[in-house]
Ligand binder design. Structure first.
Ligand SMILES: NC(=O)C1=CN([C@@H]2O[C@H](COP(=O)(O)OP(=O)(O)OC[C@H]3O[C@@H](n4cnc5c(N)ncnc54)[C@H](O)[C@@H]3O)[C@@H](O)[C@H]2O)C=CC1
Ligand SMILES: O=C(O)C(=O)CO
Length: 329
């Protein structure tokens, strides 16, 4: 097979890098490091395939990549790629669905628990030497078990969160998605436990709202002031999807006006979260540094799937997980 040129734009585990190097000519260059940017630009201009994550491939960059055949993202979300520009050039886009579902659901559930039970704040109190009396009502948290969970997005990860909530914590689950899921065939364990509802019903009935949405032109800014004001007074909000699905100024206002009790956020419009962001220090926000899938096992499984995708696509085979770039009809 002809050796092709591959650009690795984010660190890959050594075993996966070795698989690529065995078959192709590989350049490793991280464009986020200024010193490596010239190497990245030069390698991109010649690359047939690129693999990595957390870097925006806009139309101009794709235009610069004149020989590009395949983009293999080490992520399930594909909002970093200009899908129209990829489609126009016939470039295959691959991603990593499935292998991270359970880990991301664990993280989101941990964030949900930490937010409702004030785990981080109260741990901090101990660390700072303020545990000088029995904890009183002012520091009590809110029960999670038995509460109604509203899921915005009920795809692979949303359903994994629903299983934890419904089967482990006895929580009725309501969900809002583009389509109702046929639970009998796709998630029989959730039959009678999860219900597809109009958005307004979900917001009015949920104690805890979790957003697990992809970032697209239909979800950008979807969680806004109107949506917060339709939630139960004192509801909790958790975002495990993408930061820009939420209007962050509206989220802050909802917290400050007491519409929301607290928020747990793994994702932000700008990442890393700028030091000046009020979300970083807000007393009723639990922020995490986008760690949904960040375990050794899962990050390795993602890198391995992305590597297989890339090798398959460069060999002219159908990749295991291609993402359709054509606009939906
Ligand atoms: N925090 C983290 O580290 C991670 C975040 N993510 C984010 O989670 C997203 C979801 O991942 P999956 O569950 O695998 O995706 P998926 O494609 O299986 O599910 C997406 C869900 O969102 C719904 N949806 C899409 N547009 C909608 C709209 N306009 N209104 C209502 N519902 C809408 C779909 O109907 C579906 O139920 C990813 O695209 C990614 O952005 C994924 C992995 C890790
Ligand atoms: O896979 C994704 O989309 C992430 O956000 C990180 O795992």
């Amino acid at each position: 097979m002809t050796r092709k040129k591959i650009l690795v734009f984010r660190e890959l585990p050594p075993d996966q890098l070795a698989r690529l190097q065995a078959a192709h000519d590989v350049t490793v260059a991280d464009p986020r490091q200024p010193a490596q940017r010239p190497l990245f630009d030069a390698a991109l201009a010649k690359a047939h395939g690129v693999i990595g994550s957390s870097f925006r491939f806009d139309a101009a960059l794709i235009q610069h990549a004149q020989h590009l055949e395949v983009v293999s993202s080490i992520s399930v979300g594909v909002d970093n790629y200009d899908l129209g520009a990829l489609h126009a050039r016939g470039i295959v886009l691959c991603h990593t669905p499935g292998v991270l579902d359970e880990t991301v659901a664990d993280t989101v559930f941990a964030l949900l628990m930490a937010t409702c039970r004030r785990v981080v704040e109260l741990s901090q109190l101990v660390r700072e030497g303020h545990w000088t009396r029995n904890i009183g009502e002012d520091l009590f948290g809110t029960d999670v078990h038995g509460k109604t969970l509203g899921l915005l997005g009920f795809g692979r990860i949303g359903q994994a969160i629903a299983r934890r909530a419904a089967l482990g914590f006895g929580m009725p689950v309501l969900y809002h998605a583009r389509h109702a899921v046929d639970l009998a065939s796709q998630a029989p364990e959730l039959q009678g436990k999860a219900e597809h509802t109009p958005l307004a019903t979900l917001l009015a009935r949920s104690d805890i709202v979790v957003a697990m949405l992809p970032l697209t032109h239909t979800t950008r800014g979807m969680v806004d002031a109107q949506l917060f004001s339709a939630m139960k007074p004192g509801a909790f909000f958790i975002n495990g999807g993408r930061g820009a699905t939420v209007v962050e100024a509206d989220l802050l206002a909802a917290l400050d006006h007491g519409q929301l009790c607290a928020a747990g956020l793994d994702v932000f419009t700008t990442e890393p979260l700028p030091l000046a962001s009020p979300l970083r220090t807000h007393p009723r926000v639990t922020p995490l540094p986008h760690i949904g899938s960040a375990t050794h096992d899962t990050r390795h499984a993602m890198a391995a799937l992305a590597t297989r995708n890339l090798l398959q696509a460069l060999a002219g085979e159908r990749p295991e997980a291609a993402y359709p770039t054509a606009p939906a009809t």
